[in-house]
Design a protein around this ligand. Structure first.
Ligand code: GDP
Length: 182
């Protein structure tokens, strides 16, 4: 089944977002294969796609060794990624662009992995500040090697914002995926 991977720095709100997206959806959680660690979780949604929950990167309070292990899981996933259609990189809408996120997006770009940005915790800011922060973020990206800004979504898991938009988008690219792979 086609996969859509969700990733971001720890504490960005990934678990909350995944809960929001999977709520009320016919879903089955399929955790890592037996014998493997449970760092990467797969959620089957509507019977036709997998939401892949990747470990958060940039943990502040874990050892270097653990950090390496997480990174290895993440890069291994992306290297093997036979079913991956698109990644969703989560960033906290309150923060200025962080080096680790920009570097990660660069990595995706270099490896030709399509991705969108999901801004989280939008309930914490007013509309004007959201608009400003998004503009700053996209501008920063366009100053890098990007010709075109990636698609972005503004979400809040606590206020249930952005859920339908994100799910409709995934549905749409999923339909395209099935058409192309008939
Ligand atoms: P993860 O480490 O990326 O999985 O992040 P979590 O989903 O565990 O969230 C980290 C913290 O941010 C928790 O305290 C959440 O309650 C909070 N949080 C997550 N999403 C939102 C949101 O949309 N709005 C607000 N206000 N807080 C959020």
């Amino acid at each position: 089944l086609p996969e859509y991977a969700f990733i971001g720095r720890s504490n960005v709100g990934k678990s909350s977002l995944i809960n929001m997206l999977t709520e009320r959806k016919s879903l089955a959680k399929i955790s890592g294969r037996p014998g493997k660690t449970q760092l990467i979780n797969h959620f089957k949604i509507n019977g036709n796609w997998f939401l892949v929950d990747l470990p958060g990167y940039g943990y502040a309070r874990v050892s270097k060794k653990n950090k390496k292990t997480f990174q290895k899981y993440i890069t291994d996933y992306f290297v093997k990624r036979t079913q991956l259609v698109s990644a969703f990189v989560l960033v906290d809408i309150r923060h200025t662009p962080q080096k680790i996120d920009l570097e990660f997006m660069e990595y995706l770009g270099e490896n030709r992995i399509p991705f969108s940005i999901v801004f989280t915790k939008a309930d914490k800011l007013n509309a004007k500040t959201i608009e400003k922060n998004v503009a700053v973020y996209l501008k920063e990206l366009l100053l890098g090697a990007w010709e075109e800004a990636p698609r972005h979504f503004i979400t809040s898991s606590s206020k249930n914002i952005g859920r339908d938009e994100l799910l409709s988008y995934i549905d749409l690219i999923n339909q395209q995926f099935y058409k192309e792979n008939q």
